[in-house]
Design a protein. Structure first.
Length: 245
C-alpha cells in the first residue's frame, strides 16, 4: 500500500489503464495534475486513501477488460498516431453532436434550468478551443516530434534548439489545463452529470455524452502530458520530470 501511495497518478494509470476509471470515480485528476502522488491527491481532495487503494487493487486484478496497451513502450510516432486516430477523431465526431444536444436543451429548458445556458456557453468554448488545438498538434507539434525521433533513430546529431519542441509543448499543456478547467466547471454545474427529474431524452443524452467526453479527454491529455511530451523532450537530453519508471 505504501508503494502505491507514493506513486504519481500518471504513473498509476500508465501502469494499468483500468485505474483511470477509479481515478474518475474519486475525481482524482491523473492528466493535468498527474504529477501528484496518490497520497497528495487524496489529502488535497479529503478522500479516504484506503478506499482508493482497495479499488485500484481490484482494478489491477480485473481480467474482463480489453487488452492493455503499453503506451510507454510505443514509439513516439506510434503514440502520436494512436492519439490522432483514437482521441482526435473522437473529439471531431462527438463535439458537434454534444454541441447540438446542448443547444437544444439550452433553448428549450434554459428558462427552468438557467445553468444549462452556461453549460452550453462553456462547451462551445471547449469545442472551439479543441478544434484549433488539434490542428496545431497535427500540423506543427506532432510532425516536429516525429522529425526529432527520426533524426535520433538514424544516428544524426540534433542541432535544433530545444525550444523547437519545448515552446509548442508549453502551449499545448496550457491549453490542456484550460480545457480541463472548463469541463470541471461544466461537471459542477451539472451536479456530476446527474440530469434533473424533469429532464427529457435529449437532456439525459447530453449529460451522458458530456461525461464520456470528459473521460476521453482525461485519457487524451494523460497520454500527451505524461508520456508523449516528456519522451519527446528526452530526445534533447532534457530530464523527464514526469518519469513513469
Amino acid at each position: 500500500m505504501n508503494e502505491l501511495m507514493a506513486m504519481s497518478l500518471a504513473q498509476i494509470v500508465s501502469n494499468n489503464h483500468r485505474a483511470a476509471s477509479v481515478c474518475e470515480k474519486y475525481n482524482l485528476d491523473f492528466c493535468c495534475k498527474g504529477k501528484r502522488t496518490l497520497q497528495q491527491a487524496c489529502i488535497e481532495g479529503n478522500i479516504n486513501i484506503e478506499d482508493v487503494v482497495a479499488d485500484l487493487k481490484t482494478a489491477e486484478q480485473s481480467n474482463g477488460d480489453k487488452e492493455l496497451i503499453e503506451f510507454d513502450k510505443l514509439t513516439l510516432a506510434q503514440l502520436a498516431e494512436y492519439i490522432v486516430k483514437m482521441h482526435h477523431s473522437y473529439v471531431s465526431k462527438e463535439a458537434p453532436q454534444i454541441f447540438s444536444y446542448l443547444q437544444k436543451v439550452a433553448s428549450k429548458h434554459g428558462e427552468r434550468h438557467p445553468e444549462m445556458l452556461k453549460v452550453f456557453e462553456l462547451f462551445a468554448a471547449v469545442k472551439e478551443e479543441l478544434e484549433f488545438h488539434m490542428i496545431k498538434e497535427e500540423q506543427i507539434l506532432f510532425p516536429r516530434i516525429l522529425e526529432m525521433e527520426k533524426l535520433v533513430a538514424e544516428g544524426n546529431e540534433i542541432r535544433i534548439n530545444q525550444n523547437y519542441l519545448q515552446s509548442p509543448i508549453n502551449m499545448m499543456e496550457h491549453e490542456h489545463d484550460h480545457a480541463g478547467e472548463l469541463l470541471a466547471e461544466i461537471k459542477k454545474l451539472t451536479d456530476n452529470y446527474n440530469p434533473p427529474i424533469d429532464a427529457c431524452t435529449t437532456f439525459k443524452l447530453s449529460f451522458a455524452a458530456l461525461q464520456a467526453f470528459e473521460m476521453d479527454l482525461h485519457q487524451h491529455i494523460h497520454l500527451e502530458n505524461n508520456i508523449l511530451f516528456p519522451k519527446a523532450l528526452q530526445l534533447f537530453g532534457i530530464p523527464n520530470q514526469y518519469s513513469l519508471n
